[in-house]
Design a protein around this ligand. Structure first.
Ligand code: NAP
Length: 332
């Protein structure tokens, strides 16, 4: 495993991290979840990403149990707050009340006294930014949270937060967690240049486009049994990735991966890691073999010709519009 700084902070994270959205507490059974976490640890992954909302709070519990007994100092545990975790009007968003309550639930479920990174899972248009940032800062002072970051915020929203933190003396954001893959490059135009200037690192999600970039989904054919596209919850998030045009072009990447002695999953993960503003690529997995496959992307270098070839193959199916970075217009 290779390690990178999380943005300009002193914290080191594994280049490849393991995340448990859709899988733990939902798509996969507890023993498979533990086997994946074990494989991640064996392969040198030290960084684990979850969220209060995943599997209706069950994902944090599964991760907490899977990591039980592992030396806490050898782990970086990341979680998030924003999406609804209960029926009440305050069980969501980034108000001081919900942040303070949600972190306590996360710590209890994860079985830890602190998380290494606490992330605002989206921008909350119904809470003044000062309120959220002061609550985050308080959590840092209380020692419940070591670093603070955001997820899927636009460049403008990150900029506003940095200005407020500067003028109020609050802890600075060190990271953003956006979707990023060969197919989804919307952060490149605005978020990455700002983050480079301001010292935020990207912890990118769905680097394998939820499995699509493994090439296992074939155009015009039903998805393979047991894959995310056959899972009732998981498939809801995959529609835009499953067009025949995307799947056909992805098949054409196979010789590129083979020329480099890489699997398709490794090529996909290696691709996001070529961007120096990426601190870590969070991979998901339903089986330990997938974790062992994906981690081999750490440290892989892709030359300019290969990067160009990938662009030519994917052509118009690559999404680049920065306006696609959006948070809900009102609280969910
Ligand atoms: N901040 C946010 O808003 C946000 C949103 C989404 C995700 N995330 C984070 O990012 C993490 C990763 O997201 P993701 O799970 O969508 O990432 P991903 O790595 O793109 O997709 C993971 C899925 O692809 C399939 N897969 C992975 N490796 C494979 C391999 N080597 N061969 C064949 N299939 C393989 C598996 O599903 P099947 O076996 O079921 O096909 C696996 O569960 C999440 O767990 C979460 O921590 C954050």
């Amino acid at each position: 495993m290779e390690f990178r700084h999380l943005g300009r902070s002193g914290l080191m994270v594994s280049e490849i991290s393991y995340g448990n959205w859709i899988t733990h507490g939902s798509q996969v059974e507890e023993d498979a979840a533990h086997a994946c976490v074990r494989a991640a640890l064996d392969e040198g992954i030290t960084t684990f990403d979850t969220a209060d909302v995943y599997a209706g709070t069950k994902a944090e519990e599964v991760l907490g149990r899977a990591l039980k007994g592992v030396r806490r100092e050898s782990l970086e545990i990341f979680t998030k707050v924003y999406w609804p975790t209960g029926p009440g009007r305050n069980d969501r968003g980034l108000s001081r009340k919900h942040i303070m309550e949600s972190i306590n639930g996360s710590l209890r479920r994860l079985g830890t006294d602190y998380v290494d990174l606490y992330q605002a899972h989206r921008f909350d248009v119904e809470t003044p930014l000062e309120e959220t940032l002061r609550a985050f800062d308080d959590l840092v002072r209380q020692g419940k949270v070591l670093y603070v970051g955001v997820s899927e915020w636009s460049a403008d929203q990150i900029s506003q937060a940095l200005k407020i933190a500067e003028s109020m003396g609050f802890d600075r954001l060190v990271s953003n967690q956006p979707q990023y893959s060969m197919l989804w490059r919307v952060i490149e135009a605005e978020v990455v240049p700002l983050s480079e200037r301001e010292g935020l690192g990207q912890i990118v999600w769905s680097p394998i486009a939820q499995g699509v970039l493994t090439g296992k989904y074939l155009p015009g054919q039903p998805p393979p049994a047991g894959s995310r596209a056959t899972d009732t919850t998981g498939s809801r998030f995959m529609d835009s990735l499953m067009s025949d045009e995307v799947l056909r072009r992805v098949q054409e990447l196979k010789p590129v991966a083979a020329d480099h002695g890489l699997t398709m999953a490794q090529l996909a993960v290696a691709w996001v890691l070529q961007n120096p503003n990426v601190s870590s690529a969070i991979v998901g997995a339903t089986r330990p073999e997938q974790v062992r496959d994906n981690v081999k992307a750490a440290g892989v270098k892709l030359d300019a010709d290969t990067m160009r070839k990938i662009d030519e193959i994917l052509g118009p199916v690559v999404e680049r519009d920065p306006a696609k970075t959006v948070s809900p217009a009102s609280r969910p």
